[in-house]
Design a protein around this ligand. Structure first.
Ligand SMILES: NC(=O)c1ccc[n+]([C@@H]2O[C@H](COP(=O)([O-])OP(=O)(O)OC[C@H]3O[C@@H](n4cnc5c(N)ncnc54)[C@H](O)[C@@H]3O)[C@@H](O)[C@H]2O)c1
Length: 303
């Protein structure tokens, strides 16, 4: 079975590609290196340096005829989406529509989409279910939810099967400080270099951190499970930024953080209920935060 991975040179995508190869899937990558890293592309994997928003993407489908598309390519920077909503929508919504059009034309059997907890927006201190109201606070959250709606419409109108995965804050080796969930990579990089990172607000805001290898597994499980369903992919555990920072300084080095005013638009609480993914996808996280942070530290610490 052939899997086309968009954004396969990125943080999460490169782990998805690794797991697909280990599991025996033939894998092809599409990436324009907007934020991807060339060194993350294994030499034995076919790479198309193509922008998903360009008409060239159709040639890739024509040549490769993939059975499955795992769509991770996106502009992932929430603040950039707020500065430039047109560009965000162009990359994230139009890019997804182009891939859906090709997936319909070339009879793709499963379209797996990387969505985000950003679609939910601000919620009370509860574990968020997939059925919770959608109230994105950023244009990025809107572009992810719009993509979800196109995916569902392509299924209704043209029977393109899909699975939508809404990730919590993903972390792990290969993450760069940019993007959605970069706080752990920022903290490690600063502390290792004897610098104090910033904590915005009182640090009591919570996040749900999920390890990147667990996220890669959810994508691979979605190839054969969870048709036409939406799943939260998170740890169902909330951790305050203060507690996270304590864990990081214990693992790496004890450097005091600097507290800054809260950032506009930052949500207070985040925790994703993952029971649906457990029962239908057969997925649950196998790395708790302590284990995932230790693995991540091995990657960042000076060799
Ligand atoms: N990291 C997180 O915590 C998180 C949380 C929720 C959702 N997501 C989603 O997961 C996916 C992967 O995110 P990531 O953290 O690995 O980010 P990343 O920036 O490392 O990966 C994105 C990849 O897509 C590529 N890309 C971007 N625009 C492209 C285009 N127009 N054409 C072709 N390639 C393009 C980039 O070069 C990069 O390799 C994204 O869709 C993101 O929105 C990430």
């Amino acid at each position: 079975m052939k899997v086309l991975v968009t954004g396969g040179a990125g943080f999460i995508g490169s782990h998805v590609v690794d797991l697909l190869s280990q599991t025996g899937y033939e894998t092809v990558i599409v990436d324009n290196f907007l934020s991807g890293q060339r060194e993350l592309v294994p030499p034995n994997i076919r790479l198309y340096e193509v922008d998903i928003t360009s008409s060239q993407i159709s040639d890739v489908f024509k040549k490769e005829k993939p059975d499955v598309v795992i769509h991770l390519a996106a502009q992932v920077d929430v603040s950039r989406s707020i500065k430039d909503p047109v560009w965000d929508a162009y990359q994230n919504i139009l890019g997804t529509i182009r891939l859906l059009t090709c997936s319909h034309k070339y009879n793709v059997k499963k379209f797996i989409f990387s969505s985000s907890c950003a679609v939910y927006g601000e919620k009370d201190d509860i574990s968020i279910k997939e059925t919770s109201p959608i109230q994105p606070l950023s244009y990025y959250g809107i572009s992810k939810f719009s993509s979800e709606m196109y995916i569902q419409a392509f299924n209704n109108l043209h029977q393109v099967p899909f699975t939508i995965l809404r990730y919590a804050n993903v972390y792990g080796p290969r993450q760069t400080p940019k993007g959605e969930g970069g706080v752990i990579s920022i903290f490690f990089k600063k502390v290792i270099n004897d610098k104090s990172p910033f904590i915005f607000g009182d640090g009591e805001q919570t996040r749900d951190f999920v390890y990147v290898k667990d996220v890669a597994l959810a994508n691979v499980l979605a190839i054969n499970n969870g048709a036409n369903e939406i799943f939260n992919i998170g740890s169902n555990t909330k951790t305050s930024i203060n507690d996270l920072y304590k864990m990081i300084t214990t693992i790496a080095k004890d450097i005091p953080a600097v507290y800054m005013p809260a950032r506009e638009g930052d949500i207070r609480y985040s925790q994703l209920d993952n029971t649906k993914a457990a029962s239908i996808l057969g997925w649950q996280p196998s790395f708790d935060l302590q284990a995932g942070l230790s693995e991540t530290f091995k990657y960042y610490k000076p060799k």
